[in-house]
Write a protein that binds this ligand. Structure first.
Ligand code: PMP
Length: 404
């Protein structure tokens, strides 16, 4: 609905050019712009409220500690999980590495197998390859359906009791295709494997409920969720998290330290060595509050709607190839015949339209699609149909420049 966004865009300083005209920002899948409420919360946390957490005996620190732990509670509620199941990490990438280097090293050995899919982001591929080097586990790759969804029928056929982990994206950052997490969890659990879900692109667009989804690990980044960079979260089922050995050592993750022997704090503190991302956590909580006030159902419909409109318009051109399913969620990848995506992106930038051109940290998917790169337009709550019109106008101008 346009009325939603006419007001919403005003809340985002980053969505405007210096001359006061709207910036056609269509790269939210890379990172989302921040609403003023998040910026203000961050400024307060870094200014008048700033102090460390968990240590100070003075009132400001005690208040900051309450704010920091309230942020964890807010994130837990946001995803339908328990507070002691949420570990703050630097982002989704660090969260996946944490699982690989703790749970993975502790539980996986040569002969075990991990199932990934063709569409995974490098951050859900490379950590498992590093684990493979350490432990000798094998990695299998689940193919995609013709329209670019993880082929769960193929996954079912591939899974064996040797599989200890299935790790899949909830929403593809390139194709916008959505995974049926519940079904993936059932398939994984049927062979005794755990399911890790990369929720980077889902958390801003799908109402999450860890109790219902059935996965064992879920990761996401704050900066794609209208919050600050530098923080994200790992959710893991309490009994799994409790049994995971520590990763980074240092302050705040210990119970008692002597030179002979150190004992560790319980989860989630065990995985949060050092002074935490205090300001970022407060900012993330503000982002969650802001997003919940709008409603994830509204966000979902809005982003599906804009992606559908763009697909429909691009589908009418005979010089555009569309990738991904018809019902992609907020993310549209495409190719303009005879024009490299980088050239398209550069000309669009001259028109004040920002899209992404490249491999989107998904090189195996590019190889599967048979292209070196794609052009990608992705939407946030601040976008509306005028952004699509500007993009289409820019594509038309590019066509004239690169006339066949
Ligand atoms: N997975 C997906 C699907 C993503 O889109 C991204 C960010 N592009 C990541 C993982 C990595 O997130 P971050 O860089 O915030 O750690």
């Amino acid at each position: 609905p346009t009325h939603l966004n006419a007001n919403l865009r005003k809340q985002f300083p980053g969505m405007w050019n210096l001359d006061g005209s709207p910036w056609r920002y269509l790269d939210t899948a890379a990172t989302a712009q921040k609403p003023q409420a998040v910026i203000d919360a961050t400024v307060r946390a870094m200014g008048v409220n700033y102090a460390t957490v968990h240590r100070g005996v003075y009132a400001r620190s005690a208040e900051m500690t309450l704010g920091f732990e309230a942020a964890r509670r807010r994130v837990a509620t946001f995803i339908g999980g328990r507070e002691d199941e949420v570990v703050f990490t630097r982002g989704a990438t660090e969260a996946i590495n944490l699982v690989a280097q703790t749970w993975g090293v502790e539980n996986l050995k040569a002969g075990d197998r991990i199932l990934l899919s063709t569409l995974e982001h490098h951050s859900n591929i490379v950590p498992w390859q590093l684990l493979r080097e350490r432990t000798g586990v094998a990695i299998d790759v689940c193919p995609l359906t013709a329209d670019g969804c993880v082929d769960l029928e193929a996954a079912e056929a591939m899974l064996t009791p040797a599989h200890k982990l299935v790790a899949l994206a909830h929403v593809s950052n390139v194709l916008g295709s959505v995974l049926d997490v519940k079904q993936a969890a059932e398939l994984a659990h049927a062979v005794g494997a755990k399911l890790l879900v990369d929720g980077c692109q889902a958390a801003p667009r799908i109402k999450l409920d860890m109790a219902k989804l059935g996965c064992d690990f879920y990761v996401f980044s704050s900066h794609k969720l209208y919050g600050p960079t530098g923080i994200g979260a790992l959710w893991a089922r309490a009994e799994i998290l409790d049994a995971m050995p520590p990763w980074h050592g240092g302050g705040a993750m210990i119970d008692k330290v002597t030179f002979e022997r150190t004992t560790f704090a319980s989860a989630p503190q065990r995985f949060e060595a050092g002074t935490p991302m205090i300001v970022e956590a407060i900012g993330l909580a503000a982002a969650v509050e802001w997003l919940e006030a709008i409603g994830l159902d509204v966000a979902h419909e809005h982003e599906r709607g804009l992606a559908a409109k763009l697909r429909e318009a691009l589908g009418q051109r005979n010089d555009v190839t569309l990738f991904g399913p018809a019902d992609s969620l907020g993310i549209t990848s495409f190719a303009l015949e005879g024009v490299h995506p980088h050239d398209l992106g550069t000309i669009l930038d001259e028109e004040g339209v920002a899209i992404r051109a490249g491999h989107h940290c998904a090189q195996p998917l590019m190889e599967h699609l048979g292209v070196p790169a794609t052009a990608r337009a992705s939407f946030g709550l601040y976008n509306d149909e005028t952004d699509i019109e500007a993009l289409l106008k820019g594509i038309e101008r590019t066509r004239r420049i690169f006339a066949p």
